[in-house]
Design a protein around this ligand. Sequence first.
Ligand SMILES: Cc1cc2nc3c(=O)[nH]c(=O)nc-3n(C[C@H](O)[C@H](O)[C@H](O)COP(=O)(O)OP(=O)(O)OC[C@H]3O[C@@H](n4cnc5c(N)ncnc54)[C@H](O)[C@@H]3O)c2cc1C
Length: 265
Amino acid sequence: MHIVACVKQTPKSDNVKIDPQTGCLIRSGAASDINPFDEYALEEAVTLKEQLGGTVSVITMGPPQAEAVLKDSIARGADKAYQLGDMAFAGSDTWSTSYALSKGIEKIAAQQPVDLVICGKQTNDSDTGHIGPQISAWLGWPNAAFVKRVVKAGEKSVIVERLTEDGTDVLELPYPCVLSVVKEINKPRVKSPKGRILAKRAQVTKWTADDVSADKTKLGIKNCPTNVVKSFVPKREVCAVTVEGANGKEKAAKLVELLKENKYI
Ligand SMILES: Cc1cc2nc3c(=O)[nH]c(=O)nc-3n(C[C@H](O)[C@H](O)[C@H](O)COP(=O)(O)OP(=O)(O)OC[C@H]3O[C@@H](n4cnc5c(N)ncnc54)[C@H](O)[C@@H]3O)c2cc1C
């Protein structure tokens, strides 16, 4: 089985600031690490490889320093690493990012057929949760998002449980397919000493937009269909009201009045 895990380098802190002029996240100077959800994606890929045999490839699209998350992934059990790095990708929105990643995955698949792509549910910086489903759309492969358990990875298909608001869906997807996973799926391992040594020696394959035959009119801030019109940090307003009363019944009645007055009910 050949599994591709998508990993992104994101700021370590959730407290990411936005540049008010450009609407982009200010990433420079912020300490970075593997996106927390991608640890679960990678762990699932490595666990499946250990159960079934095969190869885990990791891919990232990002600036030169993003190579660190690929080496980190090797230390956690991945076998091969690919980085999409090119100024043509800079400023891409999720449509462009997922397109670039799908072209990278197509090229990886041309070298060794891919059965599964596993993404995290979302990132802790842009946080859209778009990329997994969008990669599946570009590739024309089936997708399951919010996957909380792989029930069975068979020869031709995988059965998964997907978290929904009111329960669980059980889905069977034929290979090749794309999963986005939630943190309930597993407990990521720590890097082993052997893994750290392998990571130091690992070669990361670096590809430009041309290397993956990407259409440059679909890439970068000038070509992506999303425009950040305005971005701002919402103002926090403290407006708590204490409802007084002799007992619970009286307080509840007053609360209902208050909610009606303010047209909440
Ligand atoms: C108009 C616009 C301009 C932008 N400009 C910039 C910019 O200048 N610089 C910049 O850094 N960002 C920019 N972004 C953000 C960038 O588009 C997103 O970070 C990127 O598309 C991924 O989306 P996400 O972080 O919401 O991923 P999600 O959809 O939340 O991520 C889900 C999963 O997809 C995978 N994944 C996501 N991103 C990657 C990746 N890069 N490589 C590998 N796997 C990945 C991971 O497995 C992740 O867990 C911009 C966004 C918009 C809308």
